[in-house]
Write a protein that binds this ligand. Structure first.
Ligand SMILES: [Zn+2]
Length: 225
């Protein structure tokens, strides 16, 4: 069919209708994602961890249908800021699937501007309402930071980041240092300007610390004031 000048208004109408429908579709999905409140998100993680600990894992949402569904967009319900340690994969220890968790991992679960930017993206644009800083038992980064020997290469930047927790727990064990490091990071994120602090204060965002035990697989949420 030859496109005539008289068709132009119709073509433009079709274009904008399609565009607006697409916009509404995305917004609708976003609203669905917003429905998962912080407390509900925490419950989903806890229930998944109970399944993992008891050996009753479901390995949910890991099939081809889920993969195809996610090709249209992601709506994870929690951010996990974890350690790079190979023994603590968040999707495994919380028995979750593709598209459920927005994960950032660094040795010692330390943070920098890139990490905070990633969390801000998840919170601001994907409407994630829960951030969990997940430290763990026998963390190599914590042990290295407690060691007085100088670290080589860029590892030093990780040791420096854990430094305040090491100083605060002088004379105590590695677990105390790990807990202090988790708490320091939680407080840093909760007071991070300009985005996270405002969302935490309005109740839209919850930032929690958690500790993973290697032998049992149990994740314990920590009280951080
Ligand atoms: Zn670690």
């Amino acid at each position: 069919m030859k496109i005539r000048k008289s068709h132009l208004p119709f073509i433009l109408l079709c274009f904008f209708t399609t565009w607006f429908a697409g916009f509404n579709f995305v917004s609708g999905q976003d609203r669905d994602a917003v429905k998962i409140k912080p407390a509900e998100a925490k419950s989903l993680l806890s229930e998944g961890n109970i399944r993992f600990v008891s050996g009753n894992t479901l390995h949910p949402r890991q099939d081809a249908d889920r993969r195809k569904e996610l090709a249209n967009g992601q709506h994870p319900y929690a951010v996990i800021l974890g350690c790079s340690d190979s023994r603590i994969s968040p999707e495994i220890v919380f028995d979750q699937g593709l598209g459920d968790l927005f994960v950032s991992r660094e040795a010692g679960n330390v943070i920098d501007a890139h990490t905070i930017g990633s969390i801000e993206y998840a919170v601001e644009h994907i409407h994630v309402s829960l951030v969990v800083v997940l430290g763990h038992e026998k963390c190599g980064a914590i042990a290295a930071a407690r060691d007085t020997a100088a670290a080589a290469g860029h590892i030093k930047s990780i040791m420096d980041a854990i430094g305040p927790a090491v100083k605060a727990t002088k004379g105590q064990d590695a677990e105390a240092t790990c807990m202090a490091n988790i708490r320091n990071i939680v407080v840093t994120l909760r007071t991070s300007e300009p985005l996270l602090k405002h969302l935490v204060e309005s109740g839209e965002l919850l930032i929690l610390g958690a500790y993973y035990e290697l032998n049992t697989g149990i994740v314990t949420f920590l009280d951080v004031n």
